[in-house]
Write a protein that binds this ligand. Structure first.
Ligand code: ADP
Ligand code: MG
Length: 450
């Protein structure tokens, strides 16, 4: 389905990702798991044809993302880390815009929009302005957008970041439902999120894939042993003799002074998970004249495994690993990293962004929709549930609104068609040159206008 080989992206001397390989097969929900800055978004942007790689290849159903971008992109729906929502539009208008840009058959547009709105549970919100929707609902609009065009694979970059716990559960359920009909790739820096939704996991750290397997196999492989920890009062030689009596059942052991109380000994014995040596060990220790002060068994959790695999000496990175474990505020760390990423991306892509903005602003000017506000701004808004219609319209004269709307409707249709045509043209231009560091338009797959 998707095959990624030797994928590399360099910014100056820095590897955002470094020779990444993996395969995605039909019908699974894949978790792309890694701490902030690991390279998740970079990989996803390249797979979806939004960003050019420095090296390596991506093929989707046999189509190379650079050589045959139209065919390749047709199979993929993408919700980027920052959803590209035009907040002055209603979900219906926005989805209509996206459907046209993706080249959905004109006669089917209404039907397809109804379908994705139903599947993402936004039908009741279709006529509210996106800016008046809660973040959870906006994220659903973003997922609906990714589903348009009937892609086989849906790629979602950290879709639950910034949502409240109830919204997180709702979006997770939605993703699980998506998984019944689609292949889904979902990125996250939180293991519990991946283990709740995915059946297969690709762990990425410092731009490299450090593990990939089914969750079951990972758990079995990495958590197959446990450690029996014993605090002992006694002579070292006697302890070694005691351990000798259980040596056939253990994988190995460590003996030294206890860290907190150096007058006592600390014995750590590694055993296969299903082996219990405690009774035999305590008898042997007592027989050798030792006193057991404490005995506990510790086994690695999948969380420990994730931390171990993604561990780094770099302080910045360990901070984000700690964030992953929930030791410090997840939100802060990801906001920091996001801010840095946005800044870097802005510099890198100023020109392309201006191009795209021009198009959107042109369309907005013509249609009377005030230009697409960027979603960073949108995120500062209160994130409560959608307001009542009366709330949303508060302060407007309903009659004037209606008149304006009628006059604008015709203009808007024209503008959308023009924006659509322009985006297609610019997409065509861009996909013709494989320019390092270039960002491509998200929506337009350059499909035929039917
Ligand atoms: P993740 O999504 O896993 O948090 P990213 O893919 O956003 O990670 O980033 C991977 C690394 O590449 C980070 O170190 C990030 O700072 C760097 N990076 C990402 N985009 C750019 C850019 N446009 N310019 C320079 N460095 C970048
Ligand atoms: Mg990211």
């Amino acid at each position: 389905m998707i095959e990624v080989k030797g994928l590399t992206k360099k910014y100056g001397d820095h590897y955002a990702i470094n020779h990444i390989d993996f395969k995605v097969e039909r019908g699974h929900i894949y978790g792309f798991l890694g701490p902030n800055g690991a390279g998740k978004s970079t990989t996803m942007n390249i797979i979806t044809g939004c960003l050019a790689a420095t090296e390596g290849t991506v093929t989707i159903d046999g189509h190379d993302i650079y050589d045959e971008p139209i065919e390749a992109k047709r199979g993929i729906g993408y919700l980027p880390e920052i959803p590209p929502l035009y907040v002055e539009m209603t979900p219906y208008e926005y989805l209509d815009f996206v459907a046209r840009a993706k080249g959905v058959d004109k006669g089917l547009i209404d039907e397809k929009i109804e379908l994705v709105m139903r599947e993402t549970g936004i039908t009741d919100m279709q006529d509210r302005l996106i800016k008046n929707l809660s973040k959870g609902y906006r994220q659903r609009v973003g997922i609906a957008q990714a589903m348009l065009g009937d892609p086989e694979v849906i790629i979602l970059d950290e879709p639950t970041v910034g949502l409240d716990p109830k919204q997180i559960i709702e979006i997770r359920d939605l993703i699980k439902r998506l998984g019944a009909e689609h292949t889904v790739i979902l990125s996250s820096h939180i293991l519990s999120e991946i283990s709740a939704v995915c059946d297969y996991v690709i762990i990425i750290a410092r731009g490299r894939v450090v593990a990939q397997d089914s969750l079951e196999n990972l758990a079995r492989h990495y958590t197959s042993s446990a450690t029996v920890k014993v605090e002992i009062k006694g002579a070292e030689g006697m302890v070694r003799m005691a351990v000798d009596t259980v040596k056939d059942s253990i994988l190995g052991y460590d003996l030294g002074a206890n860290k907190d109380e150096p007058q006592y000994l600390q014995l750590d014995i590694s055993v296969p998970r299903d082996t219990d040596i405690r009774e035999a060990l305590s008898k042997a220790l007592v027989e050798n004249g030792c006193t057991i002060l404490s005995m506990t068994t510790e086994s690695l959790s999948l969380e420990d495994v994730f931390l171990e695999l993604t561990k780094d000496v770099d302080e910045d990175e360990s901070a984000s690993i700690a964030a992953t474990a929930g030791n410090i505020s997840d939100e802060e760390a990801s906001a920091d990293s996001l801010a840095g990423d946005i800044k870097a991306a802005e510099e890198e892509t100023e020109e392309e962004v201006e191009d795209i903005e021009d198009i959107v602003f042109d369309a907005a000017d013509l249609s009377g929709v005030s230009a697409a506000e960027n979603s960073a701004e949108a995120q500062d808004e209160p994130q409560d549930e959608p307001h009542d219609e009366s709330d949303a319209e508060g302060g407007y004269d309903a009659v004037d609104e209606a008149k304006l709307e009628a006059a604008e409707a015709a203009e808007k249709a024209k503008a959308l068609a023009e924006a659509d045509a322009k985006m297609k043209k610019s997409e065509q231009k861009k996909s013709n040159k494989k320019n390092d560091g270039e960002y491509h338009s998200l929506f337009s797959i350059g499909g035929d206008d039917k």
